[in-house]
Design a protein around this ligand. Structure first.
Ligand SMILES: O=P(O)(O)OC[C@H]1O[C@](O)(COP(=O)(O)O)[C@@H](O)[C@@H]1O
Ligand SMILES: [Mg+2]
Ligand SMILES: [Mg+2]
Length: 342
C-alpha cells in the first residue's frame, strides 16, 4: 500500500504555496484539525451522552435556536484558534459580534477566521451528516492592535485559505490555499487525517439538483423554470436529473463536488436575500468549489466578488458544476423581471 500522507506532512510539503511566514498556516490549520477531532468525538457518540443533543435553549443573532452542538463546536474552535496565537479575531455564526483578541500574543496574530462551527444543525439529532465551515484572511489592521470590523468584511477574492469538515460516515477535512483542493479522511484508529482525495475536481456536468422544494411557491421564476428543466424527460441530456437534498449545506456541496451537481438556496418570500450567510457559508464554499473547477454565484454575481457589508449578511447561493450553474443563471437572467412571490 502507498505511504499515507498525513495532513501535517502535506501542509509542510506545501509551505511554498503559502506566500507568508513559514509555519503560520500549519499552526492555524493544526488548530482547526484539533478542534475537528474534538467535535468529531462528540458527534460520534452524540446519542450516548445526553448533554450534547438537543437545543441549548438560546437564540443566535439570526433568530435560530442554538443547538448544544452548535455551542460546543463554537467553543472548541475558538479555544483551539486562540491557543495558536496566529489568529487575532474570529467571526462566527454563533456570536452576534466578531471576537477580537485584545490581550497577549493573539493581538499580534496576522489572521482572522470566519466560521460556521456546526453546519446542518437541523440534522444533529437525527444522525445525518453535519459539518464545520471556515475561511482564513490576513488582517488589514496592524498586528499588535485590536482587530476591527474591516478585518472581517473582506471579499472572498482576498481569502488566504478556506475549507470544511464533514462529520459523516467518515470524517473528512477538505481545504484549499488557492492551489487546488485536497481532501483528508480521519483515520480514527490513529487519530490522524490522511490524504484520501488529492486534487479534487468537480465534474463540469452532473445529474443531481439539490434544493428545498418545500419552498417552491416562493421561488423566483428563473429557479422554477430551472427545476422544470431538471425534471423534463430528455435522453440526450440524461434528464430527468435526480433530486437530492440532505439539508446540511456542507454535505450537499461535498456530494456534488464528487459526483457533479448543483445546489441552490435562492431568495424566497420568507428570506428575500436567501437563508445562507455570505461570510462563513457561501464565500468559503465558493472558494473551494471554484478551486475544484466549479462555479458559485448568487444567481447573477460571482460570490467571491461580492463586497461584504455585514458580518451575518445573507445571499442566495447557486453552487456546483460549471455548466449546471451557468444554465440556472441563464434562467434567472431570462426571468429576472418576475419578482419573488410572497
Ligand atoms: O431547512 P432549509 O430551509 O432547507 O435550510 C437548510 C440549510 O440551512 C442550513 O442548515 C444552515 O446552516 P446552519 O445549520 O449552520 O444554520 C444549511 O446547512 C442547510 O443547507
Ligand atoms: Mg450553516
Ligand atoms: Mg451553523
Amino acid at each position: 500500500m502507498d505511504k499515507l500522507t498525513t495532513l501535517g506532512e502535506f501542509i509542510v510539503e506545501r509551505q511554498s504555496d503559502f506566500p507568508f511566514a513559514k509555519g503560520e498556516l500549519s499552526r492555524l490549520l493544526s488548530a482547526i484539525r484539533l478542534a475537528a477531532k474534538v467535535v468529531n468525538r462528540e458527534v460520534n457518540k452524540a446519542g450516548l451522552v445526553d448533554d450534547i443533543l438537543g437545543s441549548a435553549g438560546q437564540e443566535n443573532i439570526q433568530g435560530e435556536t442554538q443547538q448544544k452542538l452548535d455551542v460546543y463546536a463554537n467553543v472548541q474552535m475558538i479555544n483551539a484558534l486562540r491557543a495558536q496565537h496566529e489568529v487575532c479575531g474570529i467571526g462566527s455564526e454563533e456570536n452576534d459580534d466578531f471576537i477580537a483578541f485584545d490581550k497577549g500574543e493573539s493581538m499580534w496574530g496576522k489572521y482572522i477566521v470566519m466560521m460556521d462551527p456546526l453546519d446542518g444543525s437541523s440534522n444533529i439529532d437525527v444522525n445525518v451528516s453535519i459539518g464545520t465551515i471556515f475561511s482564513i484572511y490576513r488582517r488589514k489592521t496592524k498586528p499588535g492592535t485590536v482587530a476591527q470590523l474591516e478585518d472581517f468584511l473582506q471579499p472572498g477574492l482576498d481569502l488566504v485559505a478556506a475549507g470544511y469538515i464533514i462529520y459523516g460516515s467518515s470524517t473528512m477535512l477538505v481545504f484549499s490555499t488557492g492551489h487546488g483542493v485536497n481532501g483528508f479522511t480521519l483515520d480514527t484508529s490513529i487519530g490522524v487525517f490522511c490524504l484520501s482525495h488529492p486534487n479534487m475536481r468537480i465534474p463540469e456536468d452532473g445529474k443531481i439538483y439539490s434544493i428545498n422544494e418545500g419552498n417552491y411557491k416562493q421561488f423566483p421564476e428563473g429557479v422554477k423554470r430551472y427545476i422544470k428543466y431538471c425534471q423534463e424527460e430528455d435522453e440526450a441530456t440524461q434528464r430527468p436529473y435526480t433530486s437530492r437534498y440532505i439539508g446540511s449545506l456542507v454535505a450537499d456541496v461535498h456530494r456534488n463536488m464528487i459526483k457533479g451537481g448543483i445546489y441552490i438556496y435562492p431568495a424566497t418570500g420568507i428570506n428575500p436575500n436567501g437563508k445562507l450567510r455570505l461570510m462563513y457559508e457561501n464565500i468559503p464554499l465558493a472558494f473551494i468549489v471554484e478551486q475544484a473547477g466549479g462555479v458559485a454565484s448568487d444567481g447573477k454575481n460571482r460570490i467571491l466578488e461580492i463586497t461584504p457589508e455585514e458580518l451575518h449578511q445573507r445571499t442566495p447561493l447557486f453552487i456546483g458544476s460549471k455548466n449546471m450553474v451557468e444554465q440556472a443563471e441563464a434562467y434567472m437572467a431570462e426571468h429576472s423581471e418576475v419578482a419573488v412571490r410572497k
